[in-house]
Design a protein around this ligand. Structure first.
Ligand SMILES: [Zn+2]
Length: 136
């Protein structure tokens, strides 16, 4: 019942839904950039919009402003391999994310950066539970 109301509300207010969606993207990584681990302040398109990339979860990753700006409209894997902070675990996480396996992506990111702010850990766990609800 509550779920149906929420969908209805979001249908009426696409902006609200968009904001929630953006927030959930950041929550999945505990507000950290998928490329370098710094604070994520933006959403980056793995395949740039200019090259036909869609604004869907599978193609949108949390990124810091520095990575997002530097990457610009280059394809993510190509750009990331050339960075000094390149980490193969993060590269795998980005692939998993793109394949729609957000859960695996989160595990790989935790492997790459085991330390996590408690506040963000709780947000991430909540986001993971929401993932379960959506899959059910
Ligand atoms: Zn970054």
């Amino acid at each position: 019942m509550q779920n149906r109301d929420a969908v209805f509300l979001e249908d009426l207010c696409p902006k609200l839904s968009d904001r929630r969606w953006r927030k959930s993207i950041h929550n999945f990584t505990g507000n950290s950039c998928i490329y370098c681990g710094n604070n994520s302040e933006s959403i980056d398109h793995v395949i740039p919009r200019s090259k036909g990339g869609l604004s869907i979860t599978e193609n949108c990753v949390p990124a810091c402003l520095s990575c997002n700006g530097d990457k610009s409209d280059v394809e993510a894997f190509y750009w990331y391999r050339r960075q000094r902070f390149y980490d193969p675990r993060r590269a795998m996480a980005i692939r998993a994310w793109r394949d729609g396996d957000i859960r695996l992506a989160i595990r790989l990111l935790q492997w790459a950066a085991p330390k996590e702010d408690k506040k963000y850990r709780n947000l991430r766990r909540k986001a993971e539970r929401d993932l379960d609800l959506n899959a059910a």
